[in-house]
Design a protein. Structure first.
Length: 282
């Protein structure tokens, strides 16, 4: 079973001055937005170009308002955040990163702010508060340069390796070698710092990876096997156990693009598509 949608998007949430959604399975036309835009990849990377430049690959990118560009999801899934450029937090971010540039590549990984469980919950759960909390952490860190310095560096490295490598490439032994710990010590330290077992965290990541593959257009069974599950039934069972939803229910809930207004005066958002001369406004 494939979703058959291009692009494939989660619910589009709009707050005051901010909007966001998850995006996959598409190569856009040249277009621009009336807002600043932050693109964060949740799996590997995406491709991007402006009208005057060639394709480049990024993990995270900040784009000034009204910049004409194309985005290629590159068989991955991105969290896209739109910001009213006149808000105080947007001005603070722009003054740091975009004063002399239209775009700025950021040394930013979404897993600085959310583990695999939190990211999967924000994607599959129809609760805008989960996504809003994640966005607030990201924007606050960008504007104030606040990082999770209190987290043990070895655990942070392990988390990011789990979150960015293919699930089949990851073993507890290889993680322990990377952070120069024994397997037992890594298991103990990981549980102490994160509050969850290393096994559970790796299982969350396998489910997230398979969900991303489904969003990118892969059949459920293919996504399950690629993520390291024995078959789609095994993936189904683990997704229900961990997140309370089946893969088919996730597809059904996101069969159509949904827009949810989360404020009385939500972000004024416009997209202009240039090669068609078409303008769309929400």
């Amino acid at each position: 079973m494939k979703h058959g949608r291009s692009p494939y998007t989660s619910t589009f949430y709009m707050w005051h001055g901010v909007a966001a959604f998850f995006y996959s399975s598409h190569l856009t036309s040249f277009h621009s937005h009336n807002t600043m835009q932050l693109v964060l990849d949740t799996q590997k990377d995406f491709r991007f170009k402006t009208k005057i430049g060639g394709w480049k690959t990024y993990k995270s990118l900040l784009i000034k308002e009204n910049v004409i560009h194309q985005l290629d999801t590159n068989n991955s899934v991105q969290l896209i955040i739109y910001l009213d450029s006149e808000t105080r937090i947007a001005q603070a971010i722009k003054s740091k990163y975009l004063l002399e540039n239209e775009v700025c590549e950021l040394d930013l990984n979404i897993f600085h702010f959310a583990n695999s469980n939190e990211l999967e919950q924000a994607l599959i759960t129809p609760d805008p508060c989960l996504l809003e909390n994640l966005i607030n952490r990201i924007l606050s860190s960008l504007s104030l340069e606040v990082w999770n310095a209190f987290i043990d560096e070895r655990v942070l490295i392990a988390e990011q390796l789990i979150s960015t490598l293919h699930p089949m490439e990851i073993t507890i032994n290889s993680l322990a070698d990377k952070v120069c710990l024994s397997e037992s010590r890594l298991r103990s330290l990981f549980k102490k710092v994160t509050g969850v077992s290393l096994y559970r965290y790796m299982l969350w990541n396998k489910i997230r990876y398979a969900t991303n593959q489904i969003m990118a257009g892969h059949a459920v069974n293919d996504a399950a096997i690629d993520a390291g599950f024995t078959d789609s039934s095994h993936f189904h069972k683990m997704m229900v156990k961990m997140f309370g939803i089946t893969p088919s229910k996730f597809l059904k809930d996101n069969k159509h693009s949904n827009l949810v207004l989360c404020a009385e005066s939500p972000l004024h958002f416009e997209t202009r598509v240039y090669n068609k001369g078409q303008r769309m406004a929400d």
